[in-house]
Structures are given as structure tokens and as C-alpha cells.
Design a binder for this molecule. Structure first.
Ligand SMILES: Cc1cc2nc3c(=O)[nH]c(=O)nc-3n(C[C@H](O)[C@H](O)[C@H](O)COP(=O)(O)OP(=O)(O)OC[C@H]3O[C@@H](n4cnc5c(N)ncnc54)[C@H](O)[C@@H]3O)c2cc1C
Length: 461
């Protein structure tokens, strides 16, 4: 195959067009998950909306396979492809806070930490994810579970409008009053309907100081800790959000040396309300059993948002499975502990999210996002430095997930690998899936945007 002719795209393009022979190509084709290595024919790093329109039209005219990249954190690596074009939005970093209207506009290449930095300058925040280098785009389009969700809801619950480029290369806006069907679909339906170039969110007051951080116990105490945890969270207020973790204690500065590499169970908290009240709320947890480490303290919200960053660096090999369950029954707890005890890699971890609160107060059909009423979300991550041991970690993840199968209620699309259409259908539920397909037929009938948790245009038989 000869070199790709990009003359039609080059004219006036403000960003960068990278082909395999360009020095920056190698870095630009890499995504967060090191186990994914693909070689696109062209990476179009767009500087603005006009570049995105040109890139979409070029892709349509040439018939190239299209991948769209926000922050590059898709677990299965859906933002890069072999032989096609990557429409890369990472140069589009504009953020503008309006502290009077309590809104913020953010372009599609913004990362979570960049958005937090701008909004926290005003004591405000958009609830987003828990690792600062995750892309705002992909996270938002799938829903966005976060440290503030019980108080304020999902990231999409703050979304006021989007600017989007359709598969025809046309600019449209979507909000509650303009193209409301499309607005419904982008709140959970991923990148299926077009490329979002800019998001507008409502802002909420947060911190800047929160009571937050993890408390750890030895893994042997996990059965009791998790049973206590289940009862305790049934009475805690929505200001409190918690995440349970099971992993080998990492060799970080705040972890005592004797704990490094030991299996632990942790409950990480974030209390987004008055600190004195937070102290009272977390006291019973802090006093339960014999914690080996308690770093749940007052700290800047920005610091808390970065807490998990060292645990999920770029370039490691990652494999995940996710599922929602209704409750932490005794059976679910026993399965969880059993599989936590089998953790081998120092980088593998279970992250078990509390749900409910404001997330569940939005109706299941109000947005495309599926599983509003779930009690907890599992993210089971197997990770290694490279290929060595990766098969074993994948097997651990699959075994753990399969053991929970009788208790699965729903699936979060952003926590799916490439698992096939039936899983995607279950993530939305049959009724919403059909509605999403109808929307797909309207906005992308030829499935130009198919490298995502794909909602194909053809009706389900
Ligand atoms: C370390 C880590 C931490 C995470 N933490 C959380 C968390 O706290 N909460 C949570 O909810 N999720 C979390 N996730 C999951 C995360 O939401 C998804 O991986 C998400 O897809 C990442 O978005 P991105 O823009 O970085 O990804 P990308 O890989 O760039 O894109 C992901 C998908 O979205 C599409 N896409 C990206 N941008 C656009 C756009 N502007 N328009 C149209 N389509 C687009 C891509 O084509 C691709 O299909 C985490 C993931 C990782 C790797």
C-alpha cells in the first residue's frame, strides 16, 4: 500500500498531521493501556472545530476506519486503530469557568485534573473521575462515576449542552432545548453519534478542603470489615462517598515499609461537606477493628483527586472487567474476599464503588446511562509491567467476574472491554438500546463512529 495522500486535508489544517514516518508519531499512537499497540495510517491532531470537521469529511471521503481520541484511556484501546485515521482531540484544551453563572465550558481534549485545576480556583467542581489523567470526553460520554456522585450525581448529571460534529461533518448543538433526543443519547451513549468538541457543565461548590483518604486493614479482617461497611453505609449521608479497595499495599511514601506488598482491604472516603460533620460520620469506620493505616484526613480536594494516580500509570498492561451488583450480600462478600486473597501482581486491584444517592434519584430513562439503581460497581483490574504474567492476571480478573455472575445487575459501559453486542445491550437495557439504535440511524447511519461500545444502526432482530 502506498503512502496515504493527505493533500485534501492539509490545506488550512491548524493542528498536526502525523504519519508513521513523523518523529512524533510513535508517542502519539500510544494509549494509556500498554497492552494495546496499533499503527494508524494518520493521526489528525485537531486544533479546533474546523480541523475536526475537515478530518471527519476526509475520513468519510477516503473510507478510512475512524478512531476518536479524547484522553486515550479507553480500557480496550478504542481510541486507536490499525491502518485508519485517529481523530485526536488532545490539543483542544480550552476551559472557561463562569463563576457567576456557575457553569464551565471545556473542550474535548481536557483531562480531569486540568478541569479540576480551573474550577477549584473558584471553589467549584464538576464531579468527574478518580484519576487526574483520564480524558473528560470519554468519561463524560459514558456517564462518569466519581467521588461526589452521591451528593451531586454522575458527570452527565451536570451536563448542560454539547457541541458535536456529525458523521456528515456538520456542527450541531444538543441540550435540553436543542436536539433533546441527541442530548439524551450523549449522556451515556458514548461516541456513537458524533464527535463532541465542547462540553458545558453546571458547577457545584466543593471544598477546597475535604475529609478524604483511605483506611486499611489486613486482608484477614476483610470479611468483618466488609460486613461492618455494609451496615455503616446504609446510614451515612450523601455527602460521603466510599470506594473499597483490595490490593497489595503499594510502596508509596505514606505507606509504612512493613506493609509494602501485603494484601490489604481499604475503604477510601470522600466527605464533601463541613469537616466537623465528616469527622463524626467516619469515626465508626476509623474505630472498627485494627486498622493498619489511616490516612483519611482533611486535605485539598485537588490532592484527593490525584490520590489514585500512582496506582494506574500510563503504559502498564491492563485488563479489566466491570459489573454492578444490588447489594453486598454475605455471598457477594465471600466471593470478593476469596478472589482478593488470590491477587498476585502488585499492580492488580479491585476497586468497588458505592453507588446510590443522587445517582439513583435520576430516573433510569432520563438519560441513556444504564443501571442507575445499582448498589455497587466492581472494577476488577489485572495489571502487569509488560507481557510477563499478563495471561495469569487476565485469568484472575475473568474468574473473579464470573464468580459474581449470578449477582450481576447491570454494566457500566466505560468499564467494558470488547465484550460483544449482547453485553452492550445489557448495559443499556433492551428498551433504551433500541432507542439508541434509532438515534444512531439518524446521526450515523453508516456507522462511521464504530470504534466505541458500538450501538450499530441496524434494528435488533
Ligand atoms: C486510570 C483510569 C481511571 C478511570 N477512572 C474512572 C472514573 O473514576 N470514573 C469513570 O466513570 N470512569 C473511569 N475510567 C473509565 C473512563 O471513563 C473511560 O476509560 C473513558 O473512556 C476514558 O475517556 P478518554 O477520553 O480518556 O478515553 P479515549 O480512549 O480517548 O476514548 C474513549 C472512547 O470515547 C470516544 N471518544 C473520546 N472522546 C470523544 C469525543 N470527544 N467525542 C466522541 N467520542 C469520543 C472514543 O472514540 C472511545 O470510543 C477510568 C479509566 C482509567 C484508564
Amino acid at each position: 500500500m502506498g503512502a496515504l495522500d493527505i493533500a485534501g486535508l492539509q490545506d488550512g489544517f491548524r493542528g498536526e498531521l502525523l504519519r508513521p514516518e513523523d518523529p512524533d508519531y510513535e508517542d502519539a499512537r500510544r494509549v494509556w493501556n500498554g497492552s494495546i499497540s496499533r499503527f494508524p495510517a494518520l493521526i489528525a491532531r485537531c486544533a479546533g472545530v474546523a480541523d475536526v470537521i475537515s478530518a471527519v469529511r476526509f475520513a468519510k471521503d477516503t473510507g478510512l476506519l475512524v478512531a476518536v481520541r479524547g484522553g486515550g484511556h479507553s480500557y480496550p484501546g478504542l481510541s486507536v486503530c490499525d491502518g485508519g485515521i485517529v481523530i485526536d482531540l488532545s490539543l483542544m484544551k480550552g476551559i472557561r469557568v463562569d463563576p457567576e453563572a456557575l457553569t464551565v465550558r471545556a473542550q474535548a481534549g481536557v483531562l480531569l485534573g486540568e478541569l479540576d485545576r480551573e474550577t477549584q480556583a473558584f471553589g467549584l467542581a464538576v464531579p468527574s473521575g478518580i484519576v487526574t489523567h483520564t480524558g473528560l470526553s470519554g468519561l463524560t460520554l459514558g456517564g462518569g462515576i466519581n467521588w461526589l456522585q452521591r451528593k451531586y450525581g454522575l458527570t452527565i448529571d451536570q451536563l448542560l449542552s454539547v457541541d458535536l460534529i456529525t458523521a456528515e461533518g456538520e456542527f450541531v448543538k444538543a441540550s435540553a432545548s436543542e436536539n433533546p433526543d441527541l442530548f439524551w443519547g450523549v449522556r451515556g451513549g458514548g461516541g456513537n453519534f458524533g464527535i463532541v468538541t465542547e462540553f458545558e457543565f453546571r458547577l457545584n461548590p466543593v471544598g477546597p478542603t475535604v475529609l478524604a483518604g483511605p483506611i486499611f486493614w489486613p486482608i484477614e479482617e476483610a470479611p468483618n470489615v466488609l460486613r461492618f461497611y455494609r451496615e455503616w453505609i446504609s446510614e451515612t449521608p450523601d455527602e460521603l462517598m466510599t470506594i473499597v479497595t483490595n490490593r497489595k499495599a503499594p510502596p508509596l511514601a505514606f505507606v509504612p515499609r512493613e506493609l509494602h506488598g501485603k494484601l490489604v482491604v481499604g475503604v477510601a472516603c470522600c466527605y464533601a461537606g463541613p469537616l466537623e460533620e465528616g469527622e463524626k460520620v467516619v469515626k465508626p469506620l476509623k474505630e472498627f477493628g485494627s486498622p493498619v493505616l489511616d490516612v483519611c484526613v482533611s486535605k485539598p480536594y485537588l490532592a484527593h483527586q490525584a490520590m489514585f494516580d500512582p496506582s494506574f500509570p500510563h503504559g502498564r498492561w491492563y485488563y479489566i472487567r466491570g459489573c454492578d451488583v444490588a447489594q453486598l450480600t454475605d455471598e457477594v462478600i465471600d466471593i470478593t474476599v476469596d478472589h482478593a486473597l488470590r491477587i498476585n501482581s502488585p499492580f492488580s486491584a479491585l476497586t468497588l464503588w458505592q453507588r446510590g444517592g443522587a445517582v439513583a434519584r435520576v430516573g433510569e430513562d432520563e438519560t441513556a446511562f444504564g443501571g442507575r439503581s445499582a448498589g455497587h460497581t466492581y472494577n476488577i483490574t489485572g495489571a502487569t509491567e509488560g507481557s510477563e504474567g499478563f495471561d495469569e492476571e487476565q485469568q484472575w480478573v475473568r474468574n473473579f467476574w464470573s464468580a459474581l455472575e449470578p449477582y450481576h445487575t447491570s454494566f457500566y459501559v466505560n468499564f467494558l472491554m470488547e465484550e460483544g453486542e449482547e453485553r452492550i445491550r445489557r448495559a443499556y437495557g433492551a428498551k433504551k438500546y433500541d432507542r439508541l439504535k434509532a438515534l444512531k440511524r439518524r446521526y450515523d447511519p453508516d456507522n462511521l463512529f464504530r470504534l466505541n461500545q458500538n450501538i450499530g444502526p441496524t434494528a435488533t432482530a
